[in-house]
Design a protein around this ligand. Structure first.
Ligand code: PLP
Length: 391
């Protein structure tokens, strides 16, 4: 059965309700945001030192159940620092999904590494562990501690799975294959605050993880990111490198390597602390909205709402429609119709190697990611819609 674009618009409109433009994902400021930000201004603590930064890190670590959180200016810089302290060097390879936001690949390029693109699976929208294992078996040599791509000569330094739209990737499968090759896993957990895999929090499933608190994510600090880890040394490294590699001292300037100015400003952390206090409500609202969308699209021809496997308890950052193979050719018609009507929808990202700067990246067969890229449409996902009458 082929999808009818007008029917999709009609269903989306029932939820959008308001006149004018309805964004895909809006932040919600219903807590102490104003008071905390004002306090930063009233006390002059607006920049990278201040009590909200520490509060944000402590609360975030609590919420996620990790020992340490390091707050940074955005998710992209969090990925970059993760790759540096995770041991990726120039000309080494970092395995990441072809189906991800460009920042995963950009951060690899920042450290001089080469993104090596892997396929995704339709069940989770995350990396396909079995396919990746078979691919590495063909192109790489491993002694169980270190793995080298014998086609390019590059060491494979890191595997970076990503929890697409907040849905956990198949963690057990990825972890065990990565372990067999002796390759550390660093999670791109930018979209998965509030998501769990078999009861374990996303962001705690590898050596390190990078989170994002951009304005369109579940929880926002305006712009912001964080690194989560249980490793004390890595935490110290992350703080040091993101604070211009400066040693604390009462008055002197001592920097022992090339660092970055990547710490989260206090004013952003203040916003983040206020948002963190509302986290349980945000996640509950997103889950409710996801169920509403599933009901609204049940029985509609040519399209379904993506539902993660039962071992996942997703935060449902963005709801995704999946077009049937017979309906994919109508994807752009649906996008054009809905956006022209003021109801924001988006395709999923272009596959990384379809971007000119990454077109020559080493890659495996990407059939599943290619299918997904043609079939996904993200629809209205703001927490506030869960209170509107969807179905
Ligand atoms: C948002 C996002 C990032 C980058 O986060 P910023 O805070 O915008 O730099 C990285 N990876 C994925 C998958 C994202 O969705």
């Amino acid at each position: 059965m082929v999808v009818d674009p007008r029917q999709i618009l009609e269903i989306l409109r029932r939820v959008a309700r308001g006149k004018g433009f309805t964004p895909l994902h809006e932040p919600q400021f219903a807590g102490r945001e104003w008071a905390y930000v004002k306090e930063c201004i009233d006390t002059n603590w607006v920049s990278s030192a201040g009590s909200y930064v520490e509060q944000f890190e402590t609360r975030l670590a609590d919420v996620c159940g990790t020992k340490h959180a390091v707050a940074l200016v955005n998710g992209t810089s969090a990925l970059r620092i993760c790759f540096v302290i995770g041991g990726a060097k120039s000309d080494e390879e970092i395995i990441l999904p072809a189906l991800t936001f460009v920042a995963t690949a950009t951060a690899a390029a920042y450290v001089g590494a080469v993104p090596h693109l892997a396929d995704s699976e339709p069940e989770t929208l995350g990396l396909d562990a079995a396919k990746l294992k078979a691919h590495l078996g063909r192109i790489a040599k491993s002694d169980g501690k270190s793995t080298v791509n014998h086609e390019t000569g590059g060491r494979i330094a890191i595997i970076v799975p990503m929890h697409t739209f907040g849905h956990p990737y198949d963690t057990d499968a990825i972890s065990s294959m990565a372990h067999a090759f002796g390759i550390p896993v660093i999670e791109d957990a930018a979209e998965s605050v509030g998501s769990y895999y078999r009861g374990r929090s996303c962001g705690l499933l590898g050596l390190l993880s990078a989170l994002s608190f951009n304005g369109n994510k579940i929880l926002t600090s305006g712009s912001g990111g964080a690194i989560l880890t249980n490793d004390e040394n890595l935490t110290r490294r992350a703080k040091h490198l993101s604070t211009t590699a400066k040693f604390p001292h009462a008055w002197d300037f001592n920097h022992d390597e090339v660092g970055w100015n990547y710490r989260l400003p206090n004013i952003n952390a203040a916003l983040g602390v206020a948002q963190l206090k509302q986290m349980p409500g945000f996640v509950a609202a997103k889950r409710k909205l996801a169920r509403k969308w599933q009901e609204a699209f049940a029985g509609i021809d040519g399209v379904s709402v993506f539902v993660p496997p039962t071992c996942a308890e997703s935060g449902h950052w963005l709801t995704a429609l999946i077009l049937s193979p017979q309906s994919r050719h109508l994807r752009d018609d649906i996008l054009a119709l809905t956006n022209a009507a003021g109801v924001m929808t988006r395709p999923v990202w272009k596959l990384i190697h379809h971007l000119p700067v990454f077109e020559n990246c080493p890659r495996m067969n990407l059939d599943a990611a290619t299918d997904l890229a043609q079939s996904i449409i993200n629809i209205l996902s703001s927490a506030k819609h869960s209170f509107a009458n969807a179905a």
